[in-house]
Design a protein around this ligand. Structure first.
Ligand code: C2E
Ligand code: MG
Ligand code: MG
Length: 717
């Protein structure tokens, strides 16, 4: 405030004071009279040596100074005045009798504002001084305003710069340097140089924005980060305004720089506080609710199923009460860490398969967590995840020297059945959670109660299936296939059987789909093929056959990379020629991705495998498409055989399929033959091979030996 007051010029109404320094009494008198007439107040001094004291005492607004004086001349007196801060800006008029360039130069060097040569017109002197005074006041005002601006900029920590149209800085103040956090010895001559100090991640954007603004002569405003590492980079806001220079109509830019790191930190902090829980670092209820709403929009668009799990740690209050809040918090963190590990959370690198939405985990309040499963194929899948989350807590936690066994209750709601809004799903998951607690805790419950039963079954199958191969719970059964003309056994279809110690016999129709989804079908399918080959070799050795064997290949197995090579390796290991193996693929599988199907089939054929289209007639193959597939056999689906020969529709279909197959050079196999009438019809219609309960059910290999000896002979005999 003080500085501003001092810098202010004297009030215009006030009489301006002139300090008149001259050793000539006559000159002084004349000058004084003229100046007083012109409205000035005059103070006199008779020599340059008297100037400092007089100036100090009267603080004149102007000084009129003679050059030639006995003790201290005007040049020296003026220099001394200028050296003093208080006299630095006061206007000084030098009176010289010496009309030569040399002394005029000296006068200016000494700091004089203007000069007059004697003898001079006293009338004009007054005007001259008034003019000087006005110019000084304008300069003072400008200086004061500049000082105020600088002060304001310093307070606001606002850097200020100017650059030419090419981006070279003409001005660059201290605050700019400070705002950018650059070391003192760093020279920044242009935007191009400044770009080198910008954080690498932001550099391209920064350079492009500046380049384009300069090129288009457009004002700009941008934020970027400065520094070497992201962790300690500064956030800087820079504004540049394009100005046209009057003189040469060229452009220049004038602008500011401000360090906004503080504001950024504050914003981030606010965001964190608003969206994240500070104990676990997980999204809070509001944030997870927003994620659910977002996922719902996606699920609706793609007609997908989505689940929300509400999870509560059983008897958490007891832990808080006995071990204290610090231990309670630690348990929450430990539990959330295990959950994260179990889920496909996007920030645990590599956990989310490409093209699949990430699961989300949040903490709702207290000991309650929320899980969002944005992409599941069926409601039962949510139970699989719930079970996995429960398993994740199997091992006890070690907290504050205590071993803690945490158990959870889980409530599940599923879109679209249990609600179509985030709030509905959250509310219903909570309701299901309450039910889980009523059921005795340490379990999960669906909001829709029917789901509990089917989920349980699905879950049990999946869990049990995982160890089934190692536990040797699978067996391969063989069902004979006979020549329709002679009823001679030509070979078999290998069909997997699963006998679980507790679940008993589990039908392939029930577990094959689960094996497909979990990827277990790959090792299982290859095991079946291996078993089939080993059995063929055993029969060869026993002097039976030689027979062929059909093996089923499922959809997800068919899409596994390098399937032909994998299957060839299995067959080779058992010493069986691939031509004795007929791979059965379903029609719908082949239709799904025609290009891939043809490529894979070609490779399989090249290796020597036979190819059959299973369940033919249930898919939608077009004839033209079928013609392009390198296949050998069409297996007529049981559903067309069942009502033969009475059903006219089925009779027509079967006749058509057989004659069409003939046209394409394919063999036909009828499956599900249960009666002599079906057998006779199919034989007469020209079907090549028959398979069904009428001849034999699928049996264990040992049980087939007697059957083979008997039928082999009947057929031959
Ligand atoms: P699929 O390949 O069409 O197999 C024929 C099914 O019909 C078998 O059922 C067989 O037992 C049954 N069947 C045979 N003759 C008759 C009959 O006269 N009447 C009736 N009603 N049914 C008959 P299964 O063994 O239960 O297999 C069901 C499906 O599971 C199979 O259908 C096949 O798609 C799949 N599957 C079985 N084993 C395997 C395997 O090792 N790998 C793969 N990927 N899938 C398999
Ligand atoms: Mg089959
Ligand atoms: Mg079939």
């Amino acid at each position: 405030m003080n500085a501003m007051m001092e810098a202010q010029p004297h009030d215009h109404d006030e009489v301006a004071r002139v300090l008149l320094v001259d050793d000539d009494d006559m000159q002084r008198l004349l000058a004084r009279t003229a100046l007083e007439n012109a409205g000035f107040a005059v103070i006199e001094a008779a020599d340059g040596s008297e100037l400092p004291a007089a100036f100090e005492q009267h603080r004149p607004d102007l000084v009129v100074l003679d050059v030639l004086m006995p003790k201290v001349d005007g040049f020296a007196a003026c220099s001394a005045l200028r050296a003093d801060a208080r006299g630095a800006h006061v206007p000084v008029l030098m009176m010289t009798g010496l009309d030569d360039v040399e002394s005029i130069n000296r006068a200016y060097e000494a700091g004089a504002t203007d000069f007059v040569t004697k003898p001079f017109n006293f009338e004009i002197l007054g005007h001259r001084l008034r003019y000087m005074l006005r110019a000084t006041r304008t300069a003072d005002a400008l200086r004061a305003s500049e000082q105020r601006l600088q002060l304001a900029q310093r307070i606001a920590r606002l850097g200020h710069w100017e650059c030419d149209a090419a981006g070279n800085f003409a001005r660059w103040n201290m605050e700019t340097h400070d705002a950018l956090g650059l070391c003192d010895d760093v020279e920044v001559g242009s935007f191009a140089v400044l770009a080198n100090h910008v954080l690498e991640a932001d550099r391209e954007r920064f350079s492009e924005a500046v380049r384009s603004a300069l090129r288009r002569k457009e004002s700009f405003s941008l934020e970027f980060r400065l520094g070497l590492r992201e962790a300690d980079a500064r956030n800087v806001h820079i504004v540049g305004v394009a100005e046209q220079r009057e003189a040469d109509s060229g452009y220049y830019f004038i602008g500011t720089v401000q360090d906004v790191s503080e504001r950024h930190r504050a914003e981030q902090q606010i965001h964190r506080l608003a969206h994240y829980d500070d104990v676990t670092g997980l999204p809070n209820r509001a944030a997870i609710r927003a994620s659910i709403a977002e996922a719902l929009a996606q699920a609706a668009r793609h007609e997908r199923v989505l689940a929300v799990l509400s999870i509560d740690i059983d008897h958490f209050q007891r832990i808080n009460d006995t071990l204290g809040f610090a231990c309670g918090d630690e348990l929450l963190r430990a539990v959330s860490a295990r959950f994260r590990h179990t889920l496909r959370i996007s920030d645990t690198l590599g956990q989310v398969p490409v093209g699949m939405a990430a699961d989300a985990l949040g903490r709702a309040a207290g000991d309650e967590f929320i899980v969002l499963l944005p992409e599941i194929t069926a409601a039962e899948d949510a139970a699989v995840v719930a079970q996995r989350l429960r398993n994740a807590l199997g091992k006890p936690f070690e907290i504050g020297g205590n071993e803690i066994h945490a158990r959870v209750s889980i409530g599940i709601s599923v879109y679209p059945g249990d609600g179509t809004s985030a709030d509905d799903l959250l509310r219903n998951a909570d309701a299901a959670l309450a039910q889980a607690k009523r059921e005795g805790r340490d379990c999960y419950q669906f909001f829709t109660t029917q789901l509990n039963a089917s989920a349980f079954k699905r879950l049990t199958v999946e869990m049990q299936l995982r160890g089934a191969l190692e536990r040797r719970e699978f067996m391969v059964y063989f069902q004979p296939k006979l020549a329709a003309a002679s009823y001679e056994p030509l070979g078999f279809e290998a069909l997997i059987r699963w006998v679980h110690p507790e679940l008993g016999r589990v039908s392939p129709a029930e577990f094959i789909p689960v094996a497909e989804e979990t990827g277990l079908i790959v090792p299982i399918g290859e095991w079946v093929l291996g078993e089939a080959c080993r059995q063929l070799a055993a029969w060869d050795a026993a002097g039976l056959g030689p027979y062929k064997c059909a093996v089923n290949v499922s959809g997800s197995q068919f899409r596994v990379a390098a399937l032909p090579e994998r299957l060839a390796r299995v067959v080779e290991a058992a010493g069986i020629a691939p031509s004795r193996i007929e791979l059965e693929l379903t029609e719908s599988m082949l239709m799904e991705d025609a290009a891939l199907a043809i490529e894979t089939l070609d490779a399989l054929k090249a290796l020597g495998f036979g190819i059959a289209v299973d369940d033919f007639g249930t898919g939608y193959s077009s004839l033209s498409y079928l013609k392009r597939l390198p296949i050998d056999v069409l297996k007529i689906d049981q559903s067309f055989v069942r009502d033969l020969p009475g059903d006219d529709g089925d009779v027509a279909i079967v006749n058509t399929v057989i004659s069409m197959a003939r046209g394409l050079g394919l063999r036909t196999v009828a499956e599900g033959v249960e009666t002599a009438a079906q057998r006779d019809f199919l034989r007469d219609a020209g079907c090549d091979e028959l398979q069904g309960y009428y001849f034999s059910e699928p049996r264990a290999a040992d049980d087939l030996v007697a059957w083979l000896r008997e039928h082999g002979e009947t057929a031959r005999g």
